[in-house]
Design a protein around this ligand. Structure first.
Ligand SMILES: Nc1ncnc2c1ncn2[C@@H]1O[C@H](COP(=O)(O)OP(=O)(O)OP(=O)(O)O)[C@@H](O)[C@H]1O
Ligand SMILES: Nc1ncnc2c1ncn2[C@@H]1O[C@H](COP(=O)(O)OP(=O)(O)OP(=O)(O)O)[C@@H](O)[C@H]1O
Ligand SMILES: [Mg+2]
Ligand SMILES: [Mg+2]
Lengths: 471, 471
């Protein structure tokens, strides 16, 4: 006899938390750090201030011998936007809740990373999370847990403090089971690669052994922020269009097209509607289901829309990317270092930009680099796992004939690839690798070839100079 | 100014449907077929009858030239348990709803596959889905859509029909955008591999070109069905234990342990509670949060629990697996064919069984097989994508020194690996590849070595016989 039931989103990710990156204590500690750090960086960039981030992991319960679980206290503090007090419990206590469901590039996208982190801490320690935040006025401090069965926060304590120094930002402190010795390399690598693509961020990390790691900012200069944009007609489907039609105040379909989509002017709206055999004067409320389908099909075929507006994106920029890599890889001016930013492109109606950088030379050789070391980034998030499943790795390893660029299997070469988009083609909610979108793959491949041509000049010149020295 | 909102589970998978396998029309058509077929097979096995499944894909809208979308009507009919009428709309119209949230092996596990299939059809065609089902009494027919913003079904029509023939089963019919020419190979492969591990299933498939594919059953014999079991103490965490304590009627902790967990007798319960420093006579309601944490920690360390009960599993069986492979690969008795079922094992408190089979010989060579062809299965589901990300592929390609078994790079060799568990370590909700769980990897590796040793005998004998023939 089958018994039917529904479960809440938090219950789903509780039962399947490995899908979100919380598969075992060492991986969970890494995922907790990355989810919280990504939230803090998003908040600082939203506030347009260079991020100052303090991260501390402290042992709470020393492992008794080999078997006992290691419990850590994890604390992160940022100078970001803060969260308005009425939303604080929901932001951390509800899965599928957040401020990043809009059409603008940010690290966060799913509305679950922070909550799953809190959830994991709760189910391994039964301890509440403490969140303090201020948007500039008072400081609100919450002690809370998650009602996992109902996907709702449980507020245990809420205090309001005066904010004499006018602090603005967020502090999150939780306890969770982890395995620092197993995750420390990945955590350090994550912080270092974050510094590589955010050279304007200042990150301080104190680990359980009391060691202090400081990633100082190399500059105060930040990339221009992304702006929220309206959707592009190309990416629209029946559900999106149906919702727009249901909620629009536009009096006719021509005004509707111009109002709800980006880059649709009067002429384009008229031409498009005529292609779709819809009278531009039709009130939106009179569209039937078949009309909606007709419009979606016509939008996907229509070739005269403007290209998607890339102002919703915020790439790193060639200068900042080069600066970050030079600093984190200890390069000198004698090394080869070049960064390139491709022009905006699109896939499935979503704009994206590929940036890539390459570094090669004696500084790398001296640090033990040998062969290609690939750094992958998506919306400025370092991707550290599942490399061989990622389209970036596929492009680097299968689409490039490296020997034609004078690169041999032990040439010390760093390749960094950054994809930014309002919709990163993640293959799973764990944000570790990207799916094989053809347009994205093509842009990555072309970016690498562009850099590799310059690398070839450098290598052939080094070979030539080495020969001359030998004579 | 950040704007905070929550979205429903269906809205989440609408926006991120590529994570569930609905990334593009050809992949979506494949995913629709597999999700519906897996539901039908689960239902037939739950009813303990050999599955009779009719699958038909018909073109509805021929693509106009190269660009137009191709719309298909997809219909599947099974002789499974059927669905009680009051649950039909929820089963297909609500994400995170179903009958498979219990501790018993089945293909379905997340409560979303069927619903996302309906959702994808709806957002690409605006057409409702038709579901007819009977648990043996009347036949209930629904025409419905999904309210994606609220994760609720919208029933457009509900008719009750007399069931003169006493039919029992389910019919699902929907329209969706697809690309059959691009997905036909994968769809065919999926059906063929399903037949390999379910030789008791009879599957008829009519494709858009009107071609009929029939996978006849090789036997009526089915593996023993899995039984739902209580959780094992080893896998328990704070949240699970907290829920049990909150809802238990047991009068004391000793009765609680015996009542709620599998394989815990009186002596074990007493010993365990003493190890956890909890008085066995304590009423469960008196446990505080620290006691719950203490119990979870103690349960993970305690070594005297019985091994997890594998009666919640339903492996294929060596005989059926061999039968299915022989039939689908057209093997003869002269070929090498061997199947092995490992003893039950566990990871993280969940029981699992690895089964593997190997085939080699002239029949494979004649069909063009060359090198290792790997077939991967999880809970009898064929896994066709992301091979190199899967722990099964890792075991086959990195943990086995094939040359020592006389296997060379062009030896025609089929390796089939099946993992069954109440918790398959899927890395994503798309169910295509398994995470590197060490215990699972070890069992797969050992199963393959076990078969490879026998393969070596066969190959060395063939070599010897070939030499003798040459003299
Ligand atoms: N440090 C922070 N500063 C400001 N706002 C924050 C901070 N951390 C979380 N938030 C808010 O909480 C919301 C939920 O965070 P959460 O990490 O769960 O999801 P997300 O970041 O939106 O998406 P993702 O799951 O992809 O990370 C965010 O959208 C943001 O509005
Ligand atoms: N053909 C069918 N016969 C009987 N019951 C069915 C059938 N199809 C779906 N169901 C019921 O509908 C529920 C929901 O199906 P759905 O595919 O959405 O989720 P699931 O199979 O439980 O999990 P998963 O997402 O892993 O497939 C199932 O649990 C099952 O009870
Ligand atoms: Mg986040
Ligand atoms: Mg299913």
């Amino acid at each position: 006899e089958a018994s039917y039931q529904s479960i809440s989103p938090s219950d789903f990710f509780y039962r399947n938390r490995e899908i979100a990156g919380f598969s075992n204590p060492s991986r969970a500690l890494y995922s907790a750090v990355r989810e919280l750090l990504e939230n803090s960086l998003d908040a600082c960039e939203a506030r347009r201030v260079p991020p100052d981030i303090y991260l501390r992991i402290r042992e709470v319960l020393p492992s008794k011998g080999e078997e006992g679980p290691e419990v850590y206290s994890l604390r992160i503090e940022d100078n970001g936007t803060g969260i308005p007090d009425e939303y604080i419990p929901l932001c951390f206590g509800k899965v599928f809740y957040g401020s990043k469901y809009i059409l603008r590039q940010s690290r966060g996208t799913f509305g679950l990373g922070g909550t799953i982190t809190i959830l994991y801490g709760q189910i391994t320690t039964h301890k509440p999370v403490r969140v303090a935040s201020s948007i500039g006025k008072e400081i609100h401090e919450y002690e809370m847990m998650i009602d996992i069965e109902h996907n709702e926060p449980i507020v245990l304590r809420h205090e309001v403090h005066e904010n004499k120094k006018g602090w603005r930002g967020t502090i999150v402190e939780l306890q969770l089971e982890g395995d620092y010795s197993r995750s420390m390399n990945k955590i350090y690598e994550y912080l270092k690669q974050t510094a590589m693509v955010c050279p304007y961020a200042d990150i301080t990390f104190v680990d359980p052994k009391g060691r202090l790691y400081r990633f100082e900012r190399a500059t105060d200069q930040m990339p221009p922020p992304p702006r929220a944009v309206k959707p592009h007609p190309k990416g629209v489907d029946v559900e999106t269009l149906r919702r727009m039609v249901a909620s629009t105040r536009a009096r006719n379909m021509k005004a509707f097209m111009m109002e709800h989509f980006q880059g649709v002017g009067e002429v384009t709206a008229e031409r498009f509607l005529n292609t779709a055999s819809i009278d531009p004067r039709t009130p939106p409320g009179e569209l039937g289901p078949e009309d909606i389908v007709k419009l979606v099909r016509a939008a996907n075929d229509f070739e005269e829309f403007n290209r998607p507006d890339p102002s919703c994106l915020s790439p790193i920029g060639e200068e900042l990317l080069g600066m970050g890599i030079k600093k984190e890889l200890n390069l000198t001016d004698a090394d080869f270092l070049m960064a390139v930013q491709r022009r905006p492109s699109t896939y499935l109606g979503f704009p994206f930009i590929v940036e890539a950088a390459m570094a090669h030379g004696r500084s790398l050789a001296r640090q033990g680099f040998s062969g290609i070391t690939l750094y992958r980034f998506a919306n400025k998030i370092p991707l550290l796992f599942d490399e061989s499943s990622c389209v970036i790795w596929k492009a680097v390893n299968r689409n490039i004939n490296w020997s034609t660029y004078l690169v041999s299997p032990d040439t010390p070469l760093v390749v960094a690839v950054h994809v930014c988009s309002t919709k990163i083609p993640y293959k799973s909610v764990g944000k570790e690798f990207l799916a094989d979108q053809p347009e994205v793959e093509r842009e990555i491949t072309n970016a690498i070839r562009q850099l590799a041509r310059h690398l070839r000049l450098y290598i052939s010149r080094s070979i030539r100079m080495a020969r001359e020295r030998r004579r």
